[in-house]
Design a binder for this molecule. Structure first.
Ligand code: AMP
Ligand code: ZN
Length: 504
C-alpha cells in the first residue's frame, strides 16, 4: 500500500512522494528549552517518531533525515535564567538534557539532527539579508520586519481571512511597522540579554525572532525545499505561515515543504492544561507514576489529528493492556526483535498514521500470541516497531557490554521489553550466579517462569546477605544463609562475593 498523509496546506490526504527517495527529509518544530516538557509537548514528539520509524522502514534507515530543532534563545528562557540566577546556557543545557531523557523514556528515537538555534545565527542573518535585498523585509528602529503585503499569496496554510490575521498579529503592533501584519525577523537586545551583531546595517546587538530560526535550521540541514514539515496544530498560525513566507521569499520557491502535518491538541481531564487548574503535568511527573510504554501507548490510541483528552483513568486502563501485551510477548526472542513489523501493520500506518487502528490490530494479535512462538514473535516485532516495547538488539543489548545473549535473555525475558537502564554492575554479579544456576537447569530444560521468579528471589536474598556481612551483622547474614538452605540453595563464600549451588 502507498503511504498517504494528510496535508494541512491542501486540506487533503495525499499519496506521499518524496523529492528524493534516497534522502527523505522531515523537519519538526522542537521545544523551547526553559523548563520540563509537559505531556502536550510529548504528543508531536511521539507522533513524528512513529512517522520517522515508518519512513525508515519504507525508504531505508540511512535514507531518512529527521531534523527537530532546539529553541534556545527566547524571552521565556531569559526570564527563567534571571529568576533562577543561573547563566542562560546552563538553563538551556539542563533543560535539553532533561527533555532528551524524557522523550527517550517515551520510546522516541533521537532525530538525525537536533540543531540549536544559537548555533545557526549566521544562517538566520543570511536569510534576513536576502529578504531585505529582495524587498520582502525592511529595517525599522533596530528591528528587521518581514513585509507581509510583499508576498501576494501569504496565508495559504492557515487560510484565515485577512482581518483575522491582522487581529492575530496585533499583539506586536508597533508604530514602525509598515503593515500591521508585518512580523519580526530580528530585534534589538537590551543590556544583559543575549545578543549578536545585527544584520541589515543595524548597529547594536540583536537577536532573532522565533520564526526565522526554523527557516534557517531547515535550510541548513534539509535544503531550500523538503518533504515534510510538522508540529502541533497551534503552530499553523502564525509560526508555520511565517516560516513559509520567509523561506519561499528568500529562495524564490513555490513551496517550503511538500507536506504539512499537524497534531491535534491534548487536554487533561476535559480541560485545557493549566497550572492554576492543577491539571498541568510534565512528562517527568507522569513517568514517576507510569512506565514510558504506558504513556506512549496511551498517546497512540487516539489518531494524531484528533484532540486527546488525557485522563488518569485511561492511564490505568492502558497499564492493564501493557500487562496483557507483555504476556503476549513472553515467547518471543529478544535477538530477533529487530524492527520487523508485519505488512498488515505497515499498511495500517500507511493510511495517515492510523495508530488507533494499529492498536485494535495488536489487540487481536495478542489474543493468540501468548500461546505460540511465531505469533508471539510477530506481535512483539510490531510492538517494538511502534516504539512501545524496547528493541533489544539496538537499545538494550549494547548496554550489557558483551554479556552473553543467552544469559541476558534468560534473566530478563520480560524486563528487556521495558527497560534499558538495568544496573550493569548488579547485572554482572547476577550473571555470574546465573551461570551456576544454568548449570543445573538450563541444560536440561528452559527456565520456567516460576523458576525464574525463584532465581530472582535467591539473588535478592544473596544481596541482602552480602549487605548484612558488609555491615558486620553476622546474625542476619547467618539467618539468610539458613533461609536459603531451606530453599535448597547452598552458598559458597569467596573473596569476591558469593556463588551458589542448588542442593541435589
Ligand atoms: P512549545 O514549547 O510550546 O513551542 O511547544 C512545542 C511543541 O509542542 C509544539 O509542536 C506545540 O505545538 C506542541 N504542543 C504544545 N502544547 C501542546 C498540547 N497541549 N497538545 C499537543 N501539542 C502541544
Ligand atoms: Zn518552527
Amino acid at each position: 500500500m502507498e503511504l498517504k498523509l494528510y496535508d494541512t496546506l491542501t486540506r487533503e490526504k495525499r499519496v506521499f512522494t518524496p523529492i528524493d527517495p534516497a534522502r527523505v527529509r522531515m523537519y519538526v518544530c522542537g521545544p523551547t528549552v526553559y523548563d520540563f516538557a509537559h505531556i502536550g509537548n510529548a504528543r508531536p514528539v511521539i507522533v513524528f517518531d512513529v512517522l520517522f520509524r515508518l519512513l525508515r522502514h519504507l525508504y531505508g534507515e540511512s535514507h531518512v533525515t529527521y531534523v527537530r530543532n532546539i529553541t534556545d534563545v527566547d524571552d521565556k528562557i531569559n526570564a527563567r535564567a534571571a529568576e533562577r540566577n543561573i547563566p542562560i546556557r546552563e538553563l538551556t543545557d539542563e533543560t535539553y538534557k532533561n527533555f532528551k531523557a524524557d522523550v527517550a523514556a517515551l520510546g522516541c528515537l533521537p532525530p538525525t539532527v537536533e540543531p540549536r538555534a544559537t548555533e545557526h545565527i549566521e544562517e538566520m542573518k543570511t536569510l534576513i539579508e536576502r529578504l531585505v535585498k529582495s524587498g520582502h523585509a525592511y529595517a525599522a528602529e533596530d528591528n528587521v520586519l518581514f513585509n507581509v503585503p510583499s508576498m501576494p499569496d501569504y496565508g495559504q496554510l492557515s487560510k484565515r481571512p485577512l482581518d483575522e490575521m491582522i487581529a492575530g498579529s496585533r499583539v506586536e503592533v508597533a508604530p514602525y511597522k509598515k503593515d500591521p501584519q508585518d512580523f519580526v525577523l530580528w530585534k534589538p537586545s537590551k543590556p544583559g540579554e543575549p545578543g549578536w551583531p545585527s544584520p541589515a546595517g543595524i548597529k547594536g546587538l540583536g537577536r532573532p525572532g522565533w520564526h526565522i530560526e526554523c527557516s534557517a535550521m531547515a535550510w541548513k540541514h534539509l535544503g531550500e525545499t523538503f518533504d515534510i514539515h510538522g508540529g502541533g496544530i497551534d503552530l499553523v498560525f502564525p509560526h508555520h505561515e511565517n516560516e513559509i513566507a520567509q523561506s519561499r521569499c528568500a529562495f524564490h520557491t513555490g513551496v517550503m515543504a511538500n507536506t504539512w502535518m499537524h497534531n491535534g491538541f491534548l487536554q487533561v481531564e476535559g480541560e485545557k492544561m493549566s497550572k492554576s487548574l492543577g491539571n498541568f503535568f510534565t512528562i517527568r511527573e507522569l513517568l514517576e507514576k507510569w512506565p514510558g510504554d504506558v504513556l506512549r501507548l496511551q498517546m497512540l490510541m487516539t489518531h494524531y489529528r484528533q484532540p486527546i483528552d488525557w485522563t488518569k483513568a485511561s492511564s490505568t486502563e492502558v497499564s492493564g493492556t501493557i500487562d496483557t501485551w507483555l504476556d503476549a510477548a513472553r515467547l518471543s526472542k529478544p535477538a530477533e526483535t529487530y524492527a520487523n513489523p508485519t505488512t498488515e501493520l505497515i499498511d495500517i500506518l500507511s493510511d495517515d498514521l492510523n495508530t488507533p487502528e494499529a492498536v485494535s490490530y495488536l489487540h487481536a494479535l495478542a489474543k493468540h500470541a501468548g500461546k505460540n512462538e511465531l505469533d508471539s514473535q510477530n506481535f512483539t516485532n510490531n510492538v517494538v516497531f511502534l516504539g512501545i516495547f524496547r528493541d533489544f538488539r539496538t537499545e538494550v543489548q549494547p548496554k550489557y557490554k558483551g554479556a552473553s545473549l543467552e544469559l541476558v535473555e534468560a534473566l530478563n525475558a520480560v524486563e528487556w521489553l521495558r527497560r534499558t537502564d538495568l544496573d550493569l554492575e548488579r547485572l554482572a554479579a547476577i550473571l555470574k550466579r546465573e551461570a551456576e544456576f544454568l548449570k543445573y537447569y538450563n541444560k536440561r530444560r528452559p527456565i520456567s517462569e516460576a523458576l525464574r521468579a525463584d532465581f530472582l528471589l535467591v539473588n535478592k536474598k544473596i544481596e541482602e546477605r552480602l549487605a548484612a556481612r558488609a555491615a558486620k551483622d553476622f546474625k542476619e547474614s547467618d539467618r539468610i544463609r539458613e533461609e536459603l538452605a531451606t530453599m535448597g540453595v547452598i552458598l559458597k563464600d569467596s573473596k569476591d562475593g558469593a556463588t551458589w549451588e542448588v542442593a541435589r
